[in-house]
Design a protein around this ligand. Structure first.
Ligand SMILES: NC(=O)c1ccc[n+]([C@@H]2O[C@H](COP(=O)([O-])OP(=O)(O)OC[C@H]3O[C@@H](n4cnc5c(N)ncnc54)[C@H](OP(=O)(O)O)[C@@H]3O)[C@@H](O)[C@H]2O)c1
Length: 389
């Protein structure tokens, strides 16, 4: 029986995780849940899963949830809030597996705390790996803690890596669907709307990651995440556009063999793999081999998707540049979703923030969070200023 903390339980990954728990009640038990603002969903989850601890974004939300639980006669759940609450939810002594699926750096402290207290972590939150991957990996080595990727591409790489030794790997190939604008004429990019950008061709995901897929910044974050998780230089992490999203990623070995992982586009599969690793257990997630009629691959166009180029540049520089890449994107995506800036201002904002970022390598989580705040402030200033970003 695995005892779980699910950080980001109300989100897309969190809900997929709970669907797995539902399917395998004899294997998993929910001990704690953490989320942000979606009290209706969290209340339902508390009712259904009776966690011991539940964390929300702030104190008024915690008071509200406590009152609702009391009124509904649901007792025995400790309601906490904020970063300290998420850390508490992630580090309870009886938890042995933490699903890190809060979006953005809001989940960073709890992910670090989970590792530091010896929990196995299923990593969905790529922003944490991008902002503080070096620190998280070092702590995981020190504590002998496993970090199991839930992001489908990294999960696929993890599976393919079982086919050879680390020193036998030549490179890895992350597949990318190319998003909704893979073939859109470049002259139409200036007019891209929020509604168009939210229409991902193959995956249903949270709003930020869906926009990041449309700009391909998501793939850029994945490049950095892969460098960290698999201890590879950026030059060994390649991207190929594969619109069908059937092959989730590939590993190329030194003898020229390439191993690929194929499956349905359903996040329950990588989550289940991480939750049961190193075991594989039966599931109802089957793949129709005859749907493999078309498998297209092409190199990414870095002119069309400047975010990918910016991510490679940040990956080479490391440290604060990776933090700034993620932070600037988060602010720019928020502004785009609020319809305050056009689609093309997202890469422009990131580029300008990166140009203003010093070459430094934060060594602690507070230093990472400081660098993150500075990059956010710069992005906000740029967006607020008269100059066109
Ligand atoms: N969705 C996918 O298929 C997918 C695939 C690969 C990787 N990922 C990664 O997994 C992570 C989650 O993605 P998602 O698609 O599940 O996102 P999502 O649907 O937007 O969910 C985000 C979760 O984070 C919570 N959250 C936000 N701010 C918070 C805060 N300040 N404190 C505590 N919780 C907070 C949200 O809570 P509320 O909703 O209650 O505010 C929600 O539970 C991201 O890092 C994403 O890049 C996702």
């Amino acid at each position: 029986m695995r005892h779980l903390a699910i950080l980001g339980s109300t989100g897309s990954i969190g809900q997929s995780t709970l669907r797995i728990v539902e399917s395998y009640p004899e294997r998993f038990r929910v001990v704690s849940l953490a989320a942000g603002h979606n009290l209706d969903e969290l209340f339902e989850q508390c009712h259904r899963w009776q966690p011991r601890v539940v964390s929300v974004a702030d104190e008024p939300l915690a008071d509200n949830l406590r009152a609702r639980l009391l009124a509904a006669g649901v007792n025995g759940i400790e309601v906490v809030y904020g970063s300290a609450g998420t850390v508490h939810a992630a580090t309870l002594p009886d938890i042995d597996f933490v699903v890190s699926a809060i979006v953005g750096v809001a989940g960073l402290e709890a992910t670090y705390a989970a590792i530091a207290s010896g929990k196995t972590v299923g990593v969905a939150n790529k922003e944490c790996m991008v902002a503080a991957g070096e620190i998280l990996i070092e702590e995981a080595h020190r504590r002998n803690v496993m970090l199991l990727p839930i992001d489908s591409e990294h999960n696929a790489i993890h599976q393919c890596m079982r086919g050879g030794a680390k020193q036998e790997v030549r490179s890895i190939w992350l597949t990318a669907s190319g998003g909704p604008f893979r073939t859109t004429p470049l002259e139409d990019f200036a007019e891209i709307t929020v509604e168009q950008a939210l229409r991902h061709p193959t995956w249903v995901m949270g709003r930020r990651i869906t926009i990041d897929s449309a700009t391909m910044l998501n793939k850029g974050l994945e490049i950095i995440e892969a460098c960290r998780l698999f201890d590879l230089p950026p030059s060994a992490v390649k991207v190929t556009i594969h619109p069908q999203s059937t092959i989730h990623s590939l590993v190329e070995f030194i003898d020229g063999s390439i191993l690929a992982q194929l499956s349905v586009t359903d996040m329950r599969l990588p989550i289940l793999y991480a939750l049961t690793y190193p075991e594989r257990i039966p599931s109802d997630l089957t793949f129709d081999m005859h749907s493999l009629a078309e498998l297209d691959f092409s190199p990414p166009d870095l002119f069309r998707f400047p975010c990918l180029r910016l991510a490679y540049e940040a990956a080479e520089l490391g440290g604060e540049h990776c933090i700034a890449l993620n932070a600037a994107d988060e602010i720019a995506v928020e502004a785009f979703l609020a319809k305050r800036i056009p689609f093309l201002a997202i890469p422009r904002t990131i580029e300008q923030v990166l140009e203003r970022t010093p070459r430094r390598h934060p060594a602690t989580i507070p230093e990472v969070l400081d660098a993150d705040s500075r990059a956010r402030a710069t992005a906000r200033e740029l967006l607020a200023s008269d100059q066109r970003v």
